[in-house]
Design a protein around this ligand. Structure first.
Ligand code: UDX
Length: 483
C-alpha cells in the first residue's frame, strides 16, 4: 500500500464484453503497448476464457512487458447464452455485477490509487455511463470509445430531439418516413434506419434508458475515440464534434493496427493478429485458394445475431439459387432453438457440397482480404462493415440490431457499396441482390467499393493519414494528461 506515483501512464481499457468491441479495443491496447504505455485490459471472465483458449493471443500479448489482462465477472452463468436475443441479460449483469465491482476496483482495489499499479487514464466503452462520475471523483482522465458507427452514435445523441419531435418511438406504418431529428442525415435516414432500439414503443426500455444516460455522460469526458475517419464519415463526425470537440478518429482501427504492426519490429507476417473468441477455421483458406477471383459470397452474421430456422432456410435457398459459390461462417448458437450444428436441408445438400464451404468461425479479416471473395452477406456490425470497406468488398446487408440498421443504410445510400435488405427475408430477394451485385451491376459496385477502400487506406497511411495523426495525438495527450 502507499502513495505510489506512476511515471509511465497506466491506461485501463474497459470494453463491452462482446466480440466486436473486444476485438477493436484489443487492437488499440496493443498499439498503446507498442508505444510503451502500461495497459490493463479489463475483460469479463467469460471473454477472457474464450480469448485465452487461443495460445497465439496469449503469446502475442506476452511480448509487451507493460501489458496485462484483468478480469471481472459478468454476472451470468457460464453457460448462459451471450447472444443478441439475451442482450438485456448482458446489460443487467453490467449494471448489477460489473458496475459495483469496477467501482470497487478503482476506488479501493487493485487498480486504485492505493494499489501498486494505480490506473492513471481510462478508455471506456461509451455504454459505461458510470465511468464518468468515477473518473471525475478519482481525478483520472477518461476518454470514451463507443465502438459503434459514428452515424449511429450521432443518432444516439439525437434521441432526446427525436423523442421531442415524436419521431421516436415510431410505428411500422412510418418505417419509410424520412427522419428530420438527426441533423446531417435528413437525406438518407428513414425511421426504419434508426438504431434498432428506437423501434421500441416503450421509452422505459432499459436499453433506451442506458442510451439516455450514456449521451449525458460522454460529453463530460476528456475526449472521444471513434473507429472511423473523416474521409469515410466526415459529416457525422463533425456533427458529433459540436458536443464533443476533442475527437480522435483512429479508424479503420483494424487497418491502422495492421499498418503499424507492419512498420514495427512486429512486422513478421507469421504473427496471427486474430482476437477471435471462437476457434478460427483455417481449412476454409485452402478452400478459398481453389476458387476463382471474386467468385465467392462470404456469409456471416457476426458474434451476437441469431436467426430462426425459417430465416436460415430462406437465406440458404437464396444463395443456392443464385448459383454462386459461398463460404459461410455459421456460428454455434446462431440459430434460435437449435443445437450447435444445423443439418443441411436435403434439397440444398448437393448444391452446398458442390459450391459451398460451411465452417463455424473464420478469421474474418483474412477471409475478406482473399482475392476469391466477391461479396459479403453481413449483419452490418460496425467492425464487419469497416473490414469489408477496407478490402473493397461489396455487401448485402441483413441487419439485426443496435447500429446495424444505420450501417446498412450508409452502405447502400451513402457509400453505394451494397444493398440493404433490412426487414426482409425471402429467398427471391436474397437471390436478386446477389445477382445485382455479382452480375448486373458488378462494375458499378466494384468501382464504388474500390473508391471507399482507397479512402480507408489513405486514412491509415503513415504519411499524412488522419488515423495515424489522431492515434499519435492520443498517445501524446495520454502522456500529457497523466503527468
Ligand atoms: C456488436 C454489434 O453487433 C455491432 O453492431 C456493433 O457495431 C458492435 O458490437 P458484432 O455482432 O460482434 O458486434 O459485429 P461486428 O462489429 O461486425 O464484430 C464482429 C467481429 O468478429 C469482427 O471484427 C469480425 O472480423 C469478427 N468475426 C466475425 C470473425 O473474426 N469471424 C467470424 O466468423 C465472424
Amino acid at each position: 500500500m502507499g502513495n505510489n506515483k506512476v511515471k509511465s501512464p497506466h491506461v485501463l481499457i474497459f470494453p463491452l464484453p462482446l466480440q466486436g468491441p473486444v476485438n477493436c479495443m484489443l487492437k488499440l491496447a496493443e498499439l498503446l503497448a507498442i508505444n510503451g504505455l502500461h495497459v490493463t485490459f479489463l475483460n469479463t471472465d467469460y471473454i477472457q476464457n474464450c480469448l485465452l483458449k487461443h495460445t497465439h493471443v496469449q503469446s502475442r500479448f506476452e511480448n509487451y512487458p507493460g501489458f496485462r489482462f484483468e478480469t471481472i465477472p459478468d454476472g451470468l452463468h457460464q453457460h448462459h447464452p451471450r447472444t443478441a436475443d439475451k442482450f438485456v441479460d448482458i446489460t443487467n449483469g453490467i449494471e448489477e455485477v460489473m458496475r459495483p465491482l469496477f467501482i470497487e476496483m478503482l476506488t479501493n482495489g487493485n487498480l486504485s490509487s492505493k494499489s501498486t499499479k494505480p490506473v492513471s487514464f481510462i478508455i471506456s466503452d461509451g455504454f459505461y455511463s458510470f465511468a464518468a462520475d468515477l473518473a471525475k471523483d478519482a481525478g483520472i482522465p477518461l476518454v470514451y470509445f463507443p465502438t459503434i458507427s459514428p452515424c449511429a452514435q450521432w443518432a444516439f445523441f439525437c434521441l432526446p430531439r427525436l423523442i421531442d419531435l415524436a419521431e421516436v418511438p415510431f410505428k411500422e406504418e412510418d418505417y419509410d418516413r424520412k427522419v428530420s431529428g438527426v441533423p446531417g442525415a435528413e437525406n438518407f435516414l428513414r425511421q426504419r434506419d434508426l438504431p434498432s432500439y428506437f423501434r421500441n414503443t416503450d421509452l422505459n426500455h432499459p436499453i433506451i434508458q442506458c442510451i439516455l444516460k450514456e449521451i449525458q455522460q460522454i460529453p463530460r469526458s476528456q475526449g472521444l475515440i471513434l473507429n472511423s475517419s473523416e474521409l469515410i464519415d466526415g459529416p457525422m463526425i463533425s456533427q458529433i464534434s459540436t458536443l464533443c470537440p476533442n475527437i480522435y478518429n483512429i479508424g479503420p482501427l483494424h487497418s491502422l493496427h495492421k499498418s503499424i504492426l507492419l512498420s514495427t519490429q512486429k512486422a513478421s507476417s507469421h504473427i496471427n493478429s486474430s482476437n477471435s473468441l471462437w476457434e478460427d477455421d483455417k481449412s476454409c483458406m485452402t478452400w478459398l485458394d481453389a476458387q476463382p477471383q471474386k467468385s465467392v459470397i462470404y456469409i456471416s452474421i457476426g458474434s451476437l445475431a441469431v436467426m430462426t430456422v425459417d430465416q436460415l432456410k430462406e437465406l440458404w435457398h437464396g444463395i443456392v439459387n443464385s448459383g454462386k459459390r459461398f463460404l459461410w461462417a455459421l456460428r454455434p448458437g446462431s440459430i434460435a432453438g437449435e443445437d450447435d450444428k444445423y443439418a443441411i436441408p436435403p434439397e440444398l445438400s448437393e448444391a452446398t457440397k458442390e459450391r459451398g464451404c460451411i465452417v463455424s468461425w473464420v478469421f474474418q479479416e483474412e477471409v475478406l482480404a482473399h482475392p476469391a471473395i466477391g461479396l459479403f452477406l453481413t449483419h452490418s456490425g460496425w467492425n464487419s462493415t469497416l473490414e469489408s470497406l477496407v478490402e473493397g468488398v461489396p455487401m448485402i446487408c441483413w441487419p439485426y440490431f443496435v447500429d446495424q440498421q444505420v450501417n446498412s443504410r450508409l452502405v447502400q445510400e451513402v457509400w453505394r457499396v451494397g444493398i440493404d435488405l433490412k426487414d426482409s427475408c425471402d429467398r427471391v430477394t436474397f437471390e436478386k441482390a446477389v445477382r445485382e451485385i455479382m452480375e448486373d451491376k458488378k462494375d458499378e459496385f466494384e468501382s464504388s467499393a474500390s473508391k471507399i477502400a482507397k479512402l480507408a487506406h489513405q486514412s491509415v497511411a503513415d504519411q499524412g493519414g488522419s488515423a495515424r495523426y489522431n492515434f499519435n495525438r492520443l498517445v501524446e495527450d495520454i502522456r500529457e494528461m497523466t503527468q
